[in-house]
Design a protein around this ligand. Sequence first.
Ligand code: HEC
Length: 122
Amino acid sequence: MSGAGPAVAVTACLAAVGLLGGCGGQSDPLAKRAERGHDLIVTNGCGSCHRIGGVERANGDVGPSLTEFQSKPQIAGRLPNNPDEVVRWLLNPQAIDPPTLMPNLGLTPEQARDIANYLYTQ
Ligand code: HEC
């Protein structure tokens, strides 16, 4: 009755609540969403500005590295790092930090959720 297994599962499940509104049960499993998020990261060129684990050629240095994203206490130095705030940031960075160099990429809320899901796997 020891080991980190169950605790890790609970943490992942809490993250899932923020992203999906539930644990399991919803239409798409987390892995599927993360896979879509990976593809959206590629097609939106996030890697030209960010280093992102598991994404080929994502080696930009304009913005902070997004590798080991889940261990960051804050996003953009202003928001607590949790799934809802990441989605908020992705949908409209200027609303949070007007002079930021991060462009508004015109993502839909669904796409932003998929991307956030992927980032938490890295
Ligand atoms: C033109 C360059 C550029 C592009 C393209 C870009 N970003 Fe950013 N991003 C930035 C910069 C610069 C920051 C730092 C913003 C700040 O702190 O004000 C940032 C911040 C972030 C943060 C917060 C990171 C942290 O540690 O605070 C996330 C998450 C993020 N970007 C994700 C993405 C994703 C996902 C994409 C693609 C959909 C993307 N970015 C595309 C430049 C970019």
